[in-house]
Write a protein that binds this ligand. Structure first.
Ligand code: NAD
Length: 302
């Protein structure tokens, strides 16, 4: 293997340690800790497991975490009233609504009701606009792209003047990471191309990339011959391609694969993220960082 592995599992530990330390310092000086509320509607096992992980991580870094579980049949009006309550609660710095919501509730309406200054997921149109403007305007970059940029920075990859190619144009990964990499500032200043399903020659674009960020959701979409030797390859894709028995627990678990043919790509790339254990662990980590930032904005520390 020639590529250096960028391990999200290790970077996560570093960042969570930094957050824990800062939370303790703020508590000592200002007598407060970040408050995060997680609103879960219904009992979908996948949502419960995501929420559980978020709560566990929030506790680990010393946040005040509130879990607000609501029944599947809560009305849209009641959910909006709940969000309004947390918008006006001074002890809450971050509001998370676990998606998906039941069909009778308009998700967009609910997400747009969150106070943009507590929208630590960074999905509110105000925060999308702030991200587009860049610089001091940015409050909460969406967590997966935020994690991707942080991995690139911590791996020591030069981004200034680099050709960045982003595969995928979703609102949660492709478009925001492309926007972040093109801004002025550390971990950015890149020349960015976004490619997608209508792009004429995907391979030709990928071959130019010094940094290739792939978020398509198609296993092994990126072939090794599309990778420029020495490039930094960030594989965001998480694709379930089968099941296996876990050696640890003896239970059935999903076999996960990224969007890049990892085994072949690692012989050509200079840096590469594995799947699992690459981008995946970064999302919740950056959610914690955004929540800490929210309190720091409020205290005038940022
Ligand atoms: P999405 O389906 O919303 O968007 C996928 C994008 O890829 C689309 O813009 C589409 O145009 C493009 N695309 C799909 N097939 C393509 C092809 N053959 N050629 C060129 N472009 C193609 O997906 P998303 O929400 O952006 O997620 C993408 C992947 O990243 C998924 O596997 C998802 O599970 C994963 N993901 C991981 C994390 C994480 O690790 N924390 C977070 C978000 C998404």
């Amino acid at each position: 293997m020639s590529a250096k592995l960028i391990k999200g599992t290790e970077i996560r530990e570093e960042i969570l340690e930094e957050i824990t330390k800062e939370v303790a310092e703020i508590k000592e000086k200002h007598g407060v800790v970040p408050g995060l509320v997680t609103i879960l509607v219904g009992e979908s096992p996948a949502s419960i497991s995501y929420v559980t992980l978020k709560i566990k991580t929030a506790h680990r870094v010393g946040f005040n975490e509130i879990q607000d579980s609501q029944s599947e049949d809560i009305s849209e009006a009641d959910l909006l009233a709940l969000i309004d309550k947390y918008n006006n609660d001074d002890s809450i710095n971050g509001i998370l609504v676990q998606l998906p919501l039941p069909k009778h509730i308009n998700e967009k309406k609910v997400l747009n009701a969150i106070d943009p200054d507590k929208d630590v997921d960074g999905f509110h149109p105000v925060n999308v606009g702030r991200l587009m403007i860049g610089g001091d305007e940015v409050k909460f970059p969406p967590c997966t792209p935020f994690g991707i940029q942080e991995m690139i920075i911590r791996a020591g990859v030069e981004t200034s003047g680099a050709e960045v190619v982003v595969v995928g144009r979703s609102n949660i990964v492709g478009k925001p990471i492309a926007n972040m990499m093109v801004q002025k500032g550390p971990g950015a200043n890149s020349t960015v191309t976004i490619v997608h399903t209508r792009t004429k020659d995907l391979a030709a674009h990928c071959k130019r990339a010094d940094i290739l960020i792939v978020a398509a959701g198609v296993p092994d979409l990126v072939k090794p011959e599309w990778i420029k030797p020495g490039a930094c390859v960030i594989d965001v894709g998480v694709n379930r391609v089968g099941e296996k028995i876990s050696e640890k627990t003896g239970k059935k678990i999903a076999i996960l694969k990224g969007d890049v043919d990892f085994d072949a790509a690692k012989e050509i790339a200079g840096y590469i993220t594995p799947v699992p254990g690459g981008v995946g662990p970064m999302t919740i980590t950056m959610l914690m960082l955004n929540t800490l930032k929210s309190l720091k904005f409020k205290l005038g520390l940022m």
